[in-house]
Design a protein around this ligand. Structure first.
Ligand SMILES: *Cc1c(COP(=O)(O)O)cnc(C)c1O
Length: 375
């Protein structure tokens, strides 16, 4: 595959400029086209049905994400539809190396592929390059997360991508936690990058969407798969996702600055036994993140002394920070991840709270955390 060229504009400009209609008289924003079929065009050899031929609204979002990640973007109805397009698109008998603790939905889909006898899954600690390399013997697919959800292991992408390719595997990177502003896996040689656009890209917790980005030939295959299996996203969602994407750079700047402050203060709090955040020099992922990421993201996982019930009480005592699943929105969210059976089964400590740091004033966020921890 040819390595996509780095974008000519800074990513902070691309989030604003990419995916706009151009030409005299064009609207500044691609309109929301709400149509399933289009009128038959005798001059065009296309299936004029939106799932097959796509729509200008969806393509505007794809153009922007593609420009950011340096590839050809294919949008999906959810992050999981994007994960499924990869997992279900592998030939029967595929050997997949996956993180031993990854996003619960991805774990579930790979486990299901294995249960159905379609895939052999090898879970591995992706922070351990040697272990991944050993597991890659005879593998067809290497699935990575830039930073694992929720244990915050940081993937050494250049080393892991090289190991994956040396073994002949396709390397797919879920970059949901990082966004293209923090790391662009295609520039580091990955074959496909995946985002849950539900999270940072759209940024307002008001829609569900996903996206895969790859070189044009692979993207064309993924488009055919999307047309066949029906994971095509809605036009309203695509419009909102692109509108949200316009402020991604500003949102990330603030959220990351907030996270850096909060992680340091949490680490000093007597009730907190461990903070998992690559921005802390003591974090096992700090060196790798400092080398390959621009910024440390805005996700923090931290563990509390006491019981799971105590940790739940902290979540309930928060006022500004909402007790809810999901992440990547302007508003801060917290969740005890071991509530989910898959996370608990894959080593998430019972009192681990995953905090998605939003763009509120950092002192209001800290005051909220402090009052909940101190009661
Ligand atoms: C949320 C999430 C997904 C799944 O995306 P949906 O949009 O919820 O379907 C995949 N990977 C990661 C890391 C996520 O956080």
């Amino acid at each position: 595959m040819s390595t996509p060229q780095p974008p000519a504009l800074h990513p902070d400009s691309l989030v604003v400029a990419a995916g706009r209609p151009h030409g005299p008289g064009a609207p500044l924003n691609e309109p929301v086209v709400l149509a399933a079929p289009y009128r038959h065009d005798p001059a065009a050899d296309v299936n004029a049905y939106v799932r097959h031929q796509s729509s200008a609204t969806v393509e505007a979002f794809e153009a922007a994400v593609g420009a950011l990640d340096g590839g050809d973007a294919v949008a999906f109805a959810s992050g999981m539809a994007a994960v499924a397009a990869i997992a279900e698109g592998q030939p029967a008998g595929c050997v997949a190396v996956v993180p031993d603790a990854a996003y619960s939905g991805s774990v579930a889909i790979f486990d299901e592929q294995q249960r159905m006898g379609r895939m052999q899954v090898r879970p591995v600690d992706i922070a351990d390059v040697g272990a991944v390399t050993a597991a890659l013997d005879g593998a067809d697919l290497l699935w990575l997360e830039t930073v694992t959800n929720p244990l915050m292991a940081v993937a050494d992408l250049p080393a892991l991508i090289a190991a994956g390719h040396a073994a002949g595997a396709t390397v797919v990177v879920d970059a949901t936690f990082s966004t293209p502003l923090v790391v662009r896996p295609l520039e580091l040689g990955a074959d496909v990058v995946m985002h849950s656009a539900t999270k940072y890209l759209s940024g307002h917790s008001d829609l569900i969407m996903g996206v895969l980005v790859a070189a044009p030939e692979r993207a064309a295959d993924l488009r055919l798969r999307r047309a066949m299996t029906g994971g095509f996203p809605g036009a309203l969602e695509s419009y909102l996702a692109l509108r949200g994407l316009r402020t991604l750079a500003l949102r990330m700047q603030r959220a990351q600055a907030n996270a850096l402050v909060l992680a340091g203060r949490l680490a000093d709090h007597p009730r907190v036994t461990r903070v998992r955040f690559p921005g802390l020099p003591s974090d096992p992922g700090h060196a790798v993140a400092s080398r390959i990421h621009e910024g440390f993201g805005a996700m923090i996982s931290f563990e509390l002394s006491g019981s799971a019930a105590d940790a739940e009480r902290v979540c309930e005592a928060l006022r500004l920070i909402s007790h809810a699943t999901s992440l990547g929105g302007v508003e801060s969210l917290v969740e005890r991840r071991a509530r989910h059976a898959i996370d608990a089964a894959h080593g998430t400590p019972p009192t681990l709270l995953r905090l998605s740091v939003g763009i509120e004033h950092v002192e209001d966020l800290w005051a909220d955390l402090a009052q909940a921890l101190d009661r």
